[in-house]
Design a protein around this ligand. Structure first.
Ligand code: GLU
Length: 471
């Protein structure tokens, strides 16, 4: 949309999860910000799986992360790329750095390093690598690693698009391992080579990565590559202002899907984790794409509030087209054993039900008695309302429906007359009828329920209830 026409590089963002678990709220927020930024600028969004942790990376996690992104509607233009398929490229980059004297083989054993670390800490210093092999010009060997030959003096400053300028003194950074003794590259090396090859223009990620950034900038420079722009978004807290965790409720995106949240509500809530636009709370996806910018991402931690999400979800359910809800409901109905049902009936009852439901789980619960051929009868409700004394009322209503049909105005007039004739309050008629039609003591207005079900179903259900009432 707003892709610059001058020769600034094309906006390209990425989402690089490690497939070691489900997509969590923090990751989803990172993915969303990158996606929104790319879409806002008419750029590209790249998906990359950082699967070099062979023990913890699993295909099932990749699948579940991609399913969660798909549910949220976060489509990608390129990828998924897998780091495990790019080992040759990393070796090439490492060889280039070795050749140019920007990296070196280090033969220090893990035991040596531990000893040195302990000695440094005892002396009150930082446990940094002392550079013992830096100038030795060593070659590869069993157990050897490759280290980046970082600058010893000076500093690196980058202008974080959220946090402003950040400076790191080079003497604080020791010579980072870029190739491990098992032949695998480290995270820093792989991420930089990937971001170079994938022409990433903006790295938007959680601020737990701020400390990695100067190290990575030095690697870009050592590889003679352009450095992307960085934006570190604030961490996410629970309502009690501690780091968001399981204690605060579900943390995986898929859990919210199962709990009956709409993806649009989830997107809306995730977008508000750190980003704002005045005091507006509710945003459509199109609005987010139009409005999103890093300048409106705050510096302080964001709070994820499940009550707010629930409230948003309720609003999205109320505003959703019945056809859209009908598309989302099948898994929730299936949970209740409803796999075959009349789609027209579902569409007809939804407008009466949506004002009552905060989640799709609740909506499915409200819809259940409509869709089941024979709704389950609550024993309590049956005991109270379907008994021999109420069968005359049910008989009269049955006759009325058989005669007049279920048109609400006619029914209401008929039931009023009946209540006068029998000296009963309206509820004395409505409650037994409600239980007869829905098996429950709560439902939308009884005349609406009748109209939605239609005369045929109403008659069948009244007959069934009559048989119960007469014992
Ligand atoms: N795989 C890293 C993570 O999940 C990505 C870090 C980055 O964005 O550079 O934290």
């Amino acid at each position: 949309m707003n892709q610059p026409t001058d020769n600034t590089p094309r906006v390209r963002t990425r989402f690089p999860p490690s497939p070691t678990g489900a997509l969590h709220l923090g990751g989803a927020r990172t993915a969303l910000f990158n996606w929104l930024f790319a879409r806002h600028h008419g750029g590209d969004f790249v998906l990359r799986l950082e699967d070099t942790d062979r023990k913890r990376s699993k295909q099932e996690h990749t699948d579940s992360i991609m399913a969660a992104m798909d549910w949220l509607g976060l489509d990608f233009d390129e990828g998924p790329f897998y780091q495990t398929q790019r080992l040759e490229r990393y070796r090439e980059a490492i060889d280039q750095m070795l050749e140019q004297g920007r990296a070196y083989w280090c033969h220090c054993s893990p035991e040596d390093l531990t000893k040195k670390r302990e000695a440094a800490m005892k002396a009150g210093g930082k446990p940094m690598y002392d550079g013992a092999c830096r100038e030795k010009n060593l070659g590869p060997a069993e157990g050897a690693v490759v280290r980046f030959k970082g600058p010893r003096t000076g500093s690196t400053t980058f202008n974080d698009l959220v946090k402003g300028p950040i400076t790191f003194e080079h003497k604080e950074l020791d010579d980072l391992i870029i190739l491990r003794s098992d032949g695998w590259p480290t995270y820093h090396l792989a991420v930089v080579v990937d971001d170079i090859d994938m022409a990433i223009s903006h790295v938007i990620r959680g601020d737990d990565h701020v400390n990695n950034t100067p190290r990575q900038i030095l690697l870009y420079q050592a590889l003679d590559a352009a450095v992307p722009l960085f934006a570190h978004v604030p961490m996410i807290l629970g309502p009690d202002k501690t780091k968001l965790s399981k204690r605060h409720g579900a943390t995986a995106v898929v859990d919210y899907q199962t709990l009956g949240y709409l993806p649009e509500a989830m997107i809306n809530a995730l977008a508000r984790l750190g980003w704002s636009h005045g005091d507006q709370e509710k945003f459509s996806l199109q609005e987010l794409v139009e409005l999103f910018g890093l300048d409106a991402v705050g510096r302080s931690a964001a709070v994820f509030d499940t009550d707010k999400l629930l409230h948003l979800n309720q609003r999205y359910i109320q505003e959703a087209e019945p056809a859209r809800l009908a598309e989302l409901l099948p898994p929730f109905l299936a949970e209740r054993g409803i796999t075959e049902y009349d789609q027209a009936l579902l569409l007809a009852c939804l407008p009466e039900l949506t004002p009552r439901a905060k989640t799709l789980v609740e909506l499915a619960d409200w819809a259940e008695p409509f869709l089941k051929a024979e709704p389950e009868m609550s024993p309590k409700a049956v005991k109270k309302f379907l008994k021999p004394e109420t069968s005359p009322v049910l008989e009269r209503v049955l006759a009325m429906v058989q005669e007049r049909g279920v048109e609400p105005e006619a029914m209401e007039a008929g039931v009023r007359e009946l209540s006068e004739e029998l000296g009963l309050k309206l509820g004395g008629i409505a409650q037994p009828v409600r239980v007869a039609l829905t098996g429950r003591t709560f439902s939308p207005g009884i005349f609406e329920v009748m109209a939605i079900l239609g005369a045929e179903r109403v008659i069948a259900r009244l007959k069934r209830a009559l048989a119960i009432a007469k014992g």
